[in-house]
Design a protein around this ligand. Structure first.
Ligand SMILES: *[C@@H]1O[C@H](CO)[C@@H](O)[C@H](O)[C@H]1NC(C)=O
Ligand SMILES: *[C@@H]1O[C@H](CO)[C@@H](O)[C@H](O)[C@H]1NC(C)=O
Ligand SMILES: *[C@@H]1O[C@H](CO)[C@@H](O)[C@H](O)[C@H]1NC(C)=O
Ligand SMILES: *[C@@H]1O[C@H](CO)[C@@H](O)[C@H](O)[C@H]1NC(C)=O
Ligand SMILES: *[C@@H]1O[C@H](CO)[C@@H](O)[C@H](O)[C@H]1NC(C)=O
Ligand SMILES: *[C@@H]1O[C@H](CO)[C@@H](O)[C@H](O)[C@H]1NC(C)=O
Ligand SMILES: *[C@@H]1O[C@H](CO)[C@@H](O)[C@H](O)[C@H]1NC(C)=O
Length: 371
């Protein structure tokens, strides 16, 4: 019994050393500049949802996850970019706090939810009520309750120990806050500035609460996936550009990214103690789609699973939608909207080493201000 305990303790020590010290062969930072982030808190939509939408609305089951340990609950055959970021930082994959089975939040939590928008205008049946502002409210409650639980456990020393699956209070100011959203918002000249104001307000709530390190992805070329391409072809008046992207949609994504970058600059000036990195994920995804063949992928407008927007979900008739192709590694697109693990890995390789970042810092060094 005792020797088992000490083996267990040794294992824990090893885990603690590897994880908490950020001495991780996966990391793109080796040296003294490694920030050793103890946790990640993520916000966004389905591109980084690792369980929220699945737990809340409709279980995302197989064939989602077919390429990686049958990890489902994500819209992909395997890992998402946020999973690769976690690997790079030597941290476990993130769970969604609304997901109650087998989850652990010691090293962070993921509030991203499929269908989420920045805008608080919820379209029932089309977008989730968990828009960005709600996600931040969920986080703030999560944080205050984690701190309260920590105190409670400290005051209850004589009771049988309870494993605390939540972060220690000091973790929140040292953690990396990541955001990946924008694809579900409607942008026109009427709504865009309100939407950007909501984005800024939401970040200010986190900054005002002591969050310091931010890693902000811009939005991808959402009009360049199979969903955008195929629907544009059917829609009278819709124009495809020379790359096969829905032209208007792609212009809107680019307009959003321009404004986002501008808002990030303003926030940097307003919060000099914070470190905010802007990550141009659009470029990597666009480059991949336009040069699919060169990078070893098939037709970028084909998808592997489902009916063009649903895969591995049960419809109202309790029928499971979606059989998958046998070779998702040859596809960029998984289900018409979301990326395959192979595509996510391609993009993540550029994300983690800072080659898409402004300023160009690797994610493991994103606590150092270089602007
Ligand atoms: C980190 O150090 C190891 C061993 O010294 C080396 O093999 C590896 O390439 C380094 N990684 C980076 C990202 O510098
Ligand atoms: C990582 O661990 C190895 C020993 O396991 C050590 O030699 C190396 O210096 C460590 N690197 C960092 C950046 O801490
Ligand atoms: C994943 O699930 C499929 C069936 O859905 C099964 O055939 C396969 O063995 C599973 N793979 C792993 C690694 O569990
Ligand atoms: C490094 O990445 C691999 C997958 O590529 C993962 O299985 C492993 O757990 C990671 N190591 C650490 C220390 O995070
Ligand atoms: C906004 O208006 C300008 C000129 O009035 C136009 O060129 C642009 O396409 C519009 N943007 C959107 C997103 O509708
Ligand atoms: C589901 O059931 C409804 C009502 O019975 C029916 O109209 C619809 O065609 C069914 N859908 C599918 C995909 O079978
Ligand atoms: C980052 O990784 C990508 C993909 O592996 C590579 O092409 C690029 O040269 C790297 N950039 C830096 C700055 O290390």
């Amino acid at each position: 019994m005792e020797s088992r305990l000490s083996i267990w303790a040794l294992g824990l020590l090893f885990f603690t050393l590897v994880v908490a010290d950020g001495n991780n062969s996966n990391s793109t930072s080796n040296g003294s500049r490694n920030c050793k982030f103890p946790a990640i808190f993520n916000f966004g939509d389905s591109h980084s949802d690792t369980g929220s939408s699945s737990a809340t609305f409709n279980f995302l089951q197989a064939p989602n996850g077919m390429s990686f340990r049958n990890y489902s609950k994500r819209s992909s055959d395997g890992r998402l970019i946020i999973d690769y970021i976690a690997e790079n930082l030597g941290l476990p994959y993130l769970d969604a706090p609304v997901d109650s089975i087998g989850t652990n939040f010691k090293h962070g939590a993921n509030f991203a939810t499929g269908g989420a928008r920045i805008s608080s205008d919820v379209i029932m049946g089309k977008t989730t009520p968990y828009h960005l502002g709600v996600q931040v409210s969920q986080f703030l409650q999560f944080k205050s309750r984690a701190i309260a639980l920590h105190k409670e456990l400290l005051n209850n020393k004589n009771n049988p120990p309870i494993e605390n699956k939540f972060p220690e209070p000091e973790v929140f100011s040292k953690a990396l806050y990541t955001i990946d959203i924008g694809g579900n918002d409607d942008f026109n000249n009427h709504t865009i500035s309100t939407t950007m104001d909501q984005f800024t307000n939401t970040l200010q709530r986190l900054l005002g609460d002591g969050a310091k390190y931010f890693w902000i992805h811009n939005t991808g070329p959402n009009g360049c996936g199979p969903f955008g391409h195929i629907n544009c072809k059917k829609e009278p008046g819709c124009v495809l550009d020379q790359n096969g992207c829905d032209k208007k949609w792609d212009e809107n994504s680019q307009a959003y990214n321009k404004l986002l970058k501008d808002r990030v600059s303003r926030l940097r000036a307003q919060y000099p103690d914070a470190v905010i990195t802007y990550v141009d994920i659009y470029s990597a995804k666009h480059k991949l789609i336009v040069n699919a063949k060169k990078y070893g992928f098939g037709d970028p407008f084909k998808f592997c699973c489902g009916n063009g927007y649903l895969c591995g979900q049960v419809d109202f008739n309790e029928t499971l939608l979606g059989t998958a192709c046998k070779d998702p590694q040859n596809y960029i697109n998984w289900d018409g909207i979301h990326y395959t693990q192979a595509a996510n890995r391609f993009v993540a390789n550029f994300v983690v080493n800072g080659s898409l970042s402004d300023p160009p810092v690797p994610v493991a060094e994103a606590c150092h201000k270089q602007y």
